[in-house]
Design a protein around this ligand. Structure first.
Ligand code: PMT
Length: 407
């Protein structure tokens, strides 16, 4: 993941500078090109020569000491980097960046770069917990900077607490994951995906409705993940309390009929539909315009069938990929495969909602993905985000026109 990546390592002053030297060496060994900028105080701990030898690159420390007269070094470095890593980041450097102060080569370059910036703080535990430092880190997070939290343990100042710079391998694993996700990001670029999520509400009278236990978490996780993979995602949601995932276009609906209308109007123009919503199969036949008054006797509500959205999509299917969910409590495979066939789906994700850790409301799910070629992929207990990832990994090859056997 790090091969040929251009990493600008900004080293500010603290005992942990020695770890930045190890980091430089390990990043270089993984094939990254590392250029280093040091603050004056960082140079008091380890000399620039160490970083130069480990990176085989010039080391920068002075905004005004231009090594190449044809370039302005801090702008050039800011534009060169695929990723900027500040490690160790002192309280002072974090404070400067949060407040837009540019009075040395690192802070100046950080303001000039548009590359993703990762910050690995290292300082005394009380300094780390100081409200000013915490506030500055929050500000930077809101600007889009990413943090690699320090570890707890023995600190050079003699305290035991949170403030130790993360180990080089730990930092590297964050960067590798970041680049891996960046590569995934492209995989669904230009693909239009409709995801449905949450329950529906079927009105009886102005104060009552029928609904179900769906929280929307499963569908929202899929929408969020698909957007991370670069897809153009429309999330057609029943009533939930969840925030809209980033870069997702959300359409709110209430009833099965609303959801039917919103999905159908977008269907001809989309590549994939993933139906994680728990749609009501029945709704009250009569909706009362006034609140129904309590009666001495039982109240029988006559119910009628709603339209089956997924079955309709299956009938109208052209070249879209159709993915259903099946919430079952028994004979899971048999019922799930039956739904896949009847509704003309490419795959169905079955969850046994009676099983602990699976189905409604929780943050985890246990699913088996059944495909129309007869194969299946049972997954263990996973977070709903991870289930979403694994599902997209199964869907993506189908969009590339590969056959199921290639997957
Ligand atoms: O939202 P969470 O709390 O995270 O819970 C997740 C979940 C359990 C709701 C989800 O994982 C799930 O299983 N969703 C499908 C629930 C369901 O309605 O299953 P079903 O077996 O009744 O329906 C089969 C498929 O047909 C589903 O894709 C459903 O969206 C679709 N359907 C059903 C009825 C209908 N009228 N129209 C439909 O499109």
């Amino acid at each position: 993941m790090l091969k040929d990546k251009k990493i600008l390592l900004c080293v500010s002053g603290g005992v942990a500078v020695f770890k930045a030297a190890a980091l430089t060496s390990q990043l270089s060994q993984k094939g990254a090109t590392v250029k280093v900028i040091m603050t004056e105080s960082a140079k008091k701990f380890v000399t620039p020569l160490t970083f130069q030898a480990l990176s085989r690159q010039n080391v920068y420390d002075d905004t005004f000491d231009e090594i190449n007269p044809s370039k302005i070094a801090h702008i050039d470095l800011a534009e060169w980097a695929d990723l900027v890593l500040v490690a160790p980041a002192t309280a002072n450097m974090i404070g400067k960046l949060a407040n837009g102060i540019a009075d040395d080569m690192i802070s100046t370059t950080l303001l000039a770069t548009t590359a993703p910036v990762w910050i690995a703080p290292a300082m005394n535990g009380n300094m780390y917990n100081h409200p000013a430092v915490q506030k500055n880190m929050k500000t930077l997070t809101s600007f889009g900077y990413r943090f690699i939290e320090p570890n707890e343990g023995y600190l050079a100042c003699g305290y035991v607490g949170k403030g130790r710079l993360s180990e080089p391998l730990e930092i590297i694993s964050y960067l590798e994951q970041f680049f891996a996700e960046g590569q995934i990001e492209q995989k669904l670029k230009n693909k239009k995906i409709i995801v449905t999520a949450g329950p529906t509400q079927e009105t009886i009278d102005p104060v009552r409705y029928f609904t179900n236990r769906s929280s929307g978490k499963m569908g929202y996780a899929i929408a969020e993940e698909a957007a991370k993979w670069g897809a153009d995602v429309t999330l057609i949601s029943g009533p939930t309390n969840l925030p809209t995932p980033q870069h997702v276009h959300r359409v709110d609906t209430k009833t099965a009929q609303d959801m039917y209308d919103e999905v159908l109007k977008r269907y001809s123009d989309c590549d994939v539909v993933i139906k994680a919503a728990a749609v009501a199969d029945y709704r009250p036949k009569n909706i009362f315009t006034e609140k129904m008054k309590k009666q001495p006797n039982d109240w029988v509500v006559e119910m009628e069938r709603t339209k089956d959205i997924l079955a309709t999509l299956g009938e109208k299917k052209e070249d879209q990929i159709l993915v259903g969910f099946a919430a079952e409590t028994e004979r899971v495979e048999e019922y799930a495969r039956g739904k896949m066939e009847r509704k003309n789906l490419d795959m169905i994700v079955a969850n046994n909602v009676a099983e602990a850790g699976s189905g409604f409301q929780g943050d985890t799910n246990i699913v088996t993905i059944y495909k129309k070629d007869g194969s299946s992929l049972p997954l263990p207990l996973l977070s709903k985000n991870e289930v979403a990832k694994r599902l997209l990994m199964e869907i993506e090859p189908l969009l590339e026109g590969k056959s199921y056997n290639d997957c």
